[in-house]
Design a protein around this ligand. Structure first.
Ligand code: SF4
Length: 273
């Protein structure tokens, strides 16, 4: 059986298909990279939990054949924290969109980072609230249009990974849907990291974001994404002026620090496992 068919059979709830995503949406690319990363991690399927909030990308939890928890808007990390503390041996992947993670769930995000709890956050950043009608999020670039910013948002976006690092996260990486193999590798590295890992995946939303901002269709958006990205290794040898408006991809930080669930179980004299 071909690899793709095997992965589909093993890891997708095919009865839940077809999915709801628009043609050209990047959510499928990011979800596939996540599945391949989990498969390569060697984790037992019954030990893996996919947690998600609300939004287009969060629908992935319904399609994936693992233990899954589809929670309320912005609260995926809060549910995941409770589960990790109760069952610390489980491997948790938390899928969130940019609005879900950095606006409604922003407080959970910074405190998950501060605790350095062993959760693997995969943030699908398409710069917009897609499902709820195209409102701007804290990751919408300045000047880009949204239903709530018809002349272009005046706000400056968060640098999500700098926010995570500043709050205490110990692993941060950025990938793009236009380079799915690199994205898979980054999610795998995050999974192998002990502590709170954040992988930000830039992903095209040709409908709620691309159309409104005249960015073309999915092909053009993916091409632009690729042309405007530079690996962290190449960027290290470039001038700051050459990096303006570029997306730097790869592992941006990886730090060793005590992990919260382990510390807690040690403090009460219990073994994990
Ligand atoms: S609205 Fe955007 S993010 Fe949502 S499914 Fe459609 S293309 Fe994807």
């Amino acid at each position: 059986m071909a690899v793709i068919e095997q992965l589909t059979q093993d890891f997708l709830r095919t009865k839940k298909l077809p999915h709801i995503w628009c043609p050209g949406c990047g959510n499928g690319i990011v979800t596939a990279a996540l599945v391949r990363a989990i498969e390569r991690s060697g984790y037992d399927q019954k030990d893996v939990v996919i947690v998600s909030g609300i939004g287009c990308s969060s629908r992935a939890a319904g399609y994936l054949n693992f233990n899954t928890l589809h929670t309320t808007h912005g609260r995926a990390l809060a549910f995941a924290t409770g589960l990790k503390m109760a069952r610390p041996e489980l491997k948790l992947f938390v899928i969130m969109g940019d609005g879900d993670c950095s606006a409604i769930g922003g407080n959970h995000f910074i405190h998950s980072a501060r605790r350095n709890i062993d959760l693997n956050a995969v943030i699908v950043n398409n710069h917009i609230y897609g499902m709820t009608g195209g409102q701007h999020s804290p990751l919408t670039p300045t000047g880009k249009k949204a239903t709530t910013a018809p002349r272009g948002t005046l706000e400056r976006p968060f640098d999500l990974l700098e926010l995570a690092r500043g709050a205490g996260a110990t692993f941060g990486a950025k990938g793009i849907a236009a380079q799915p193999r690199q994205l898979e590798q980054l999610i795998l590295r995050g999974a192998n990291h002990r502590g709170f890992s954040v992988v930000e995946a830039l992903s095209p939303c040709p409908i709620a974001y691309g159309r409104r901002n005249k960015l073309g269709g999915a092909v053009e958006m993916l091409r632009d994404m690729k042309e405007n990205s530079i690996s962290v290794e190449r960027a290290a040898n470039m001038e700051e002026t050459e990096l303006v408006d570029k997306t730097i991809t790869g592992v941006l930080f990886s730090i060793d620090a005590p992990e919260y669930a382990e510390e807690y179980y040690r403090s009460i004299g219990k073994e994990i496992g």
